[in-house]
Design a protein around this ligand. Structure first.
Ligand SMILES: NC(=O)c1ccc[n+]([C@@H]2O[C@H](COP(=O)([O-])OP(=O)(O)OC[C@H]3O[C@@H](n4cnc5c(N)ncnc54)[C@H](O)[C@@H]3O)[C@@H](O)[C@H]2O)c1
Length: 274
């Protein structure tokens, strides 16, 4: 299904950990669509070396380690990426999320605040740092497109999503605020895609994920959107076909966000005898 939608475009893709990662699928699709890009992830996430397999599949893409919470790493990333790609980029995918409180099963009402800081820094402030670094270095071309991935727990309570919900709220707010300033300055657009629950390393870390993904499937008229479908949506958002979309939170969830209840869910509860 390649249409060369990204022919001539250059980009940076954060967050491909393994072949389940949404970013992995975005990289494969962006390559098919003719884009040239740099892959990046936190140095610690590169220990298994899986990202090199992806780089080979994507026309020997350059891999540059960067902890997205560290400004000096981001400066090095944009500098090396521009050197390698021959100039500023046209698209950036921020596909980063991590909560020590979720990992260590701390309850939302009893968070460890040091970890809460880390959750917000890694999962949300890293987008601000990426955008601020890019803007200062003039590293994104006019009409460039920046995407971050989010989840509907930013708007509604999903108890086991814990402090990641707060991080996603902040991520979506940064998207609006920075989208305004970057739009005025350089016509760079910034959006979030709010994705269905998807089986990945980050996704499966959430307690009760298997039950929850089934519930979500039943509550979505089209069913859950998978990682590949999410990648397709990202490609369209990086393309020139969506030039005037900015500062938006875009639901990519098979209709889940607009659904109150579905017939299969009602039927699960059986009928109440008079
Ligand atoms: N899987 C889902 O159900 C789902 C649903 C909606 C949104 N999302 C979001 O999609 C994004 C990608 O997650 P995924 O599901 O593909 O899981 P994933 O575990 O494959 O990806 C998360 C990535 O974040 C990276 N990361 C963590 N700390 C980092 C740091 N300090 N610097 C740079 N990178 C760092 C990890 O190395 C990893 O590659 C996340 O923002 C996640 O919240 C996931």
């Amino acid at each position: 299904m390649a249409n060369q939608l990204l022919k001539g475009k250059k980009g940076i893709i954060f967050g491909a950990l393994n072949d389940m990662s949404i970013a992995w699928k975005v990289a494969e699709r962006a390559h098919e669509e003719g884009a040239e890009f740099v892959l990046t992830n936190a140095p610690i996430a590169m220990r298994m070396g899986e990202i090199n397999t992806l780089a080979e599949k994507c026309g020997n893409a350059l891999v540059i380690p960067a902890d997205a919470t560290k400004i000096e790493d981001l400066e090095n990333l944009f500098e090396k990426a521009m050197e390698h790609l021959g100039g500023p980029v046209d698209f950036v995918l921020h596909s980063i999320g991590m909560s020590p409180n979720v990992r260590k099963k701390k309850h939302y009402t009893d968070l460890k605040y040091e970890w809460y800081h880390q959750t917000l820094d890694v999962s949300a402030m890293s987008l601000h740092k990426t955008l601020a670094t890019a803007k200062k270095m003039d590293a994104i071309n006019d009409w460039g497109s920046v995407l971050a991935l989010t989840y509907i727990a930013a708007q509604r309570i999903f108890p086991d999503y814990n402090d990641m919900a707060d991080a996603k709220s902040l991520l979506e707010s940064i998207t609006r605020s920075f989208g305004y300033h970057y739009g005025i300055a350089k016509k760079v657009r910034v959006n979030t895609i709010s994705q269905s629950p998807t089986v990945t390393t980050a996704g499966s870390g959430v307690k009760g994920f298997d039950e929850f993904i089934n519930f979500s499937e039943m509550m979505s008229p089209l069913g859950n959107a998978d990682g590949l479908a999410c990648a397709d949506y990202c490609i369209s958002m990086f393309s020139d076909l969506t030039r005037y979309v900015t500062m938006q939170n875009l639901f990519h969830d098979g209709g889940f966000s607009s659904t109150g209840v579905t017939q299969p869910v009602i039927e699960k509860f059986g009928s109440i005898e008079e």
